[in-house]
Design a binder for this molecule. Structure first.
Ligand code: ATP
Ligand code: MG
Length: 427
């Protein structure tokens, strides 16, 4: 076994026993998104490295140490996308989707970051991301939050709380940053190595520090809320009052800054304490400056991304129920003519009952061994055909999950009978 190949560390296979919960989450999110009028966009998983350097920022953790960057055969520097916003903005500019238009968009797919793998933190992970372009008011920020609250309701997820903050305009943040840097420089000796380094590169990230000494030092530091401009304050107040009206609960977290350079005004995170240190399941905010910064016309924008592994871990923690994927029926057929008949019956059932999951036994074997497989498939019923049944034009229907008798049903009556068994109509 020692020389069998293994997947790359931090990149997971999602096995067939796990895919039903993934499909449940993806289908539910897709349904809710479309019920709010959001449309899907699909971007490549590889982009020019420069796109991420410019949009995410050279001094962020992602660009400094997490990107999968390589040279392709032409010598161009390419990167596996670490997130979707940059590609989405690039695609919208490239195809003229952000010229005086409103776009409500979503995407899903794998993202890649070279982080230390641990529960809830992988090197390939899946996100569903949402981006809205062309709306600057607080109403759309509220719509996004209200939609995420509906996600949790539809998924049956409890124990997630919403944290909010406003970062103000870029100018307000720049003034705050200068005051913060001045204060921290005056207390340079008390900073840990990480914070000393960030003071030069990305001082706002120091607010995120998990070190209690740093947090204590920050207690006396200039506060972002004192620097927020009046327009941003009004924007934030209007946003909060829409959430109040919609009955969405939140906490204001003045230390919430988000890692990326391009955020301004609204920022938010949905967090849980059930997943240890990897507790953020959904994060986002407003990024009005990015479209223009990447070469498009000035266009307000707001969005968020959810980590699907974390959502699924939370669902599994809470033992949520999701739709089954086992077959309804397993067709057991003995002999050549019965097998031919079995295939035809299965096709006819699929024609008239599109919701039905039918598995046909393949590979021959005795009735006994076929029944064993039928049982293991998780099916509710076995549909049994032998040479006698073919002659009579009837099949046996045998319950596999309860003790009751096998019934005989004419081939022609099967669609109606099977539909009744599962409480469905025939159309
Ligand atoms: P964190 O602080 O946990 O590193 P982040 O700020 O880097 O998160 P974002 O870039 O905002 O995360 O990505 C949005 C969401 O994607 C996160 O809230 C999380 O649910 C998920 N996510 C981010 N990185 C990973 C990862 N390496 N593995 C699994 N999920 C991730
Ligand atoms: Mg991160």
């Amino acid at each position: 076994m020692s020389n069998t190949l293994q997947a790359i560390r931090g990149m997971n296979d999602i096995l067939p026993d796990q895919t039903p919960v993934w499909q449940f989450v993806e289908d539910t999110l897709r349904e809710v998104l479309s019920s709010y009028g959001y449309r899907e966009i699909r971007m490549p998983v590889v982009e020019k490295t420069e796109l991420f350097k410019r949009s995410i920022g050279e001094v962020t953790d992602i660009v400094e140490k997490e990107m999968y960057t390589f040279e392709d055969r032409n010598g161009d520097s390419l990167t596996l996308r670490p997130e979707g916003t940059a590609s989405c903005v690039r695609a919208c500019i490239q195809h003229g989707l952000v010229n005086n238009q409103v776009q409500r968009l979503w995407y899903t797919g794998p993202m890649f970051r070279h982080e230390r793998p641990q529960k809830g933190r992988y090197r390939q992970f899946y996100q569903v991301g949402v981006e809205v372009f062309g709306l600057e008011g607080p109403d759309i920020d509220a719509e996004l939050i209200i939609m995420t609250a509906r996600f949790w309701k539809r998924l049956g997820l409890g124990d997630v709380t919403l944290q909010l903050n406003s970062l103000g305009t870029v100018e307000a943040r720049t003034r705050f940053k200068a005051a913060l840097v001045e204060y921290l420089k005056a207390n340079f000796e008390q900073l840990d190595d990480d914070s000393q380094r960030r003071l030069e590169t990305n001082p706002l990230r120091i607010l995120d520090s998990k070190n209690p000494d740093i947090q204590a030092l920050l207690g006396e530091a200039p506060q972002l809320s004192d620097y927020i401009d009046d327009d941003s304050k009004a924007h934030f107040e209007a946003f909060l009052s829409l959430l109040d009206a919609a009955g969405v609960a939140y906490e204001i977290n003045p230390r919430l800054v988000r890692g990326l350079d391009y955020y301004g005004r609204t920022v938010f995170e949905w967090v849980t304490d059930q997943l240890g240190a990897q507790g953020t399941v959904c994060a986002g905010g407003r990024y009005d400056a990015l479209v223009e910064y990447l070469g498009g016309r000035a266009t307000p924008a707001v969005g968020f991304a959810m980590g699907l592994e974390r959502l699924i871990a939370l669902l599994e923690n809470q033992q949520a129920v999701f739709p089954a994927a086992e077959p309804h029926l397993y067709i057991v057929a003995m002999g050549d003519s019965a097998q031919r008949e079995g295939f035809l019956i299965a096709e006819r059932l699929r024609d008239s009952l599109p919701w039905l999951r039918v598995q046909t036994h393949c590979g021959g074997g005795s009735f006994k061994s076929q029944f064993k497989k039928a049982d293991r498939s998780g099916a509710q019923y076995a549909l049994v055909i032998g040479e006698d049944e073919v002659v009579r034009g009837e099949a046996g229907i045998k319950p596999l999950r309860e003790r009751s008798e096998q019934q005989s049903v004419l081939f022609d009556d099967l669609p109606v009978h099977v539909a009744q068994l599962f409480g469905h109509g025939t159309d």
